[in-house]
Design a binder for this molecule. Structure first.
Ligand code: PLP
Length: 404
């Protein structure tokens, strides 16, 4: 089968809930991927930051193969010899007392919503069924019916109602709005330290630190969704570190397994996590030994290969190079570490044709929110790879006529 055949098959049999670039990948190594025609591409999306450790990292492949031969799933009805060490290592890395393992990011967000609501009732004393969670405009926390209930993106929730109540939406980056939105029934403020899906939106300096202060003085839990920003992407192990903040609850996923298996977790100290008792919450696959073994290797790679430090150094340099291109189509280059957004001017059309043009030159980037081309390669990317990429990027961005 060639590319056309694969695309036709997907068109025929898949729900049309995505709009992928028209290429079919069959192999990956580090920051590079190959399609079924043998073409090679630099992956500048890294599966929305799930592949921070690079495609098919040998240490992860080995951990997966070793574990798959031994034991893959026990359910939580029994213990297994990988989950405890995994959670221990995750807590050591993050500084939290407890971790609750799930699979997808959305499940970990749902877990956090349950935890903070229950904390609101049982610890803070909010009247039954009155708990409120404050969230931000332009948020992305996943796709479940509860999570899309508080999305401000029309296509994420149109005609998926009725929605889950109990969420207040405020502008992102606005501490005053947070202060004003808090009521005696507010259990938590849930926020992305930097909005990835929202278009690589970097909040004002000190935003998270000020939000943390406001939360603290109002007895409101700060929940940081670090699913995309965490685990090295923004040049720190966690983006919250940029503000010197340790959130009350942290949610991680994506790169937690280096993209080899769905593994996510909610992290908190005992005062919050103790709201869960036996039977209150769970998942058949959550904490399974295969995912746990892979995640342990994924965390080791982040630390051993100093991937946050790499993201910081390469990201600063890469953003400067992109700004220096001085493209007539680019309104702004923004980001942190290797989460970089190139904002296309409205008069130059949308970001999509630029992504298609980049693909033809061997660079895979995906538009987010109409106007933004996101560059977020695996953190193992070499400086030489990014240097190579700058020329085709310059060609695409320098085009004097509209790319479309
Ligand atoms: C990707 C993402 C999620 C959802 O993760 P899934 O694994 O797709 O369910 C939640 N929050 C943020 C910030 C994300 O980037």
């Amino acid at each position: 089968m060639n590319t056309t055949d694969y695309l036709a098959e997907v068109d025929r049999y898949s729900a049309h809930n995505y709009h992928p670039l028209p290429l079919v990948l069959e192999r990956g190594e580090g920051a590079w991927v190959w399609d079924v025609e043998g073409n090679k591409y630099l992956d500048c999306l890294a599966a929305y930051s799930a592949i921070n450790q690079g495609h098919c990292h040998p240490a992860l492949v080995k951990a997966a193969k070793d574990q798959i031969d031994r034991l893959t799933l026990t359910s939580r009805a029994f213990h297994n010899d990988q989950m405890g060490p995994f959670l221990h290592e995750l807590c050591d890395l993050t500084g939290y007392e407890k971790a609750l393992p799930m699979n997808s990011g959305a499940e970990a967000v749902e877990t956090a919503i349950k935890a903070v609501r229950r904390w609101g009732y049982r610890v803070k004393g909010i009247p039954s069924d009155q708990a409120e969670i404050i969230v931000c405009e332009n948020n992305f926390h996943g796709r479940t019916t509860t999570i899309v209930s508080f999305s401000t993106e029309h296509s994420y929730n149109a005609d998926f109602g009725p929605f889950t109540p109990g969420f207040e939406v405020i502008p992102y980056g606005d501490v005053k709005a947070l202060e004003a939105a808090i009521t005696p029934n507010t259990a938590a403020f849930m926020v992305e330290p930097l909005q990835g899906e929202g278009g690589v939106i970097v909040p004002p300096d000190g935003y998270l630190a000020q939000a943390a202060d406001v939360c603290k003085s109002n007895n409101v839990l700060l929940v940081a969704d670090e699913i995309q920003t965490g685990l090295g992407r923004t040049g720190k192990m966690f983006c919250s570190e940029w503000d010197g903040v340790k959130p009350d609850v942290m949610i991680v996923g994506k790169a937690l397994s280096g993209g080899m298996y769905p593994v996510s977790a909610m992290l908190a100290d005992d005062d919050v996590m103790s709201v869960f008792g036996p039977g209150d919450h769970g998942s058949t696959f959550g904490g399974n030994p295969l995912g746990a073994a892979i995640a342990r290797a994924a965390l080791r790679v982040l630390v051993d290969e100093k991937l946050p430090e790499r993201a910081l150094a390469l990201g600063d340099w890469f953003m400067k190079e992109l700004r220096d291109l001085d493209s007539p189509h680019v309104a702004e280059v923004r980001g942190r570490g290797l989460m970089v957004g190139v904002v296309i001017k409205e008069e130059s059309g949308t970001a999509r044709p630029f992504c298609e043009a980049l693909m033809k030159k061997g660079i895979l980037a995906k538009e987010t929110h109409e106007q933004v081309v996101r560059f977020a390669p695996p953190l193992v990317v070499e400086k030489a790879d990014l240097k190579w990429a700058l020329e085709p990027i310059a060609e695409v961005l320098a085009a004097t006529t509209r790319v479309a």
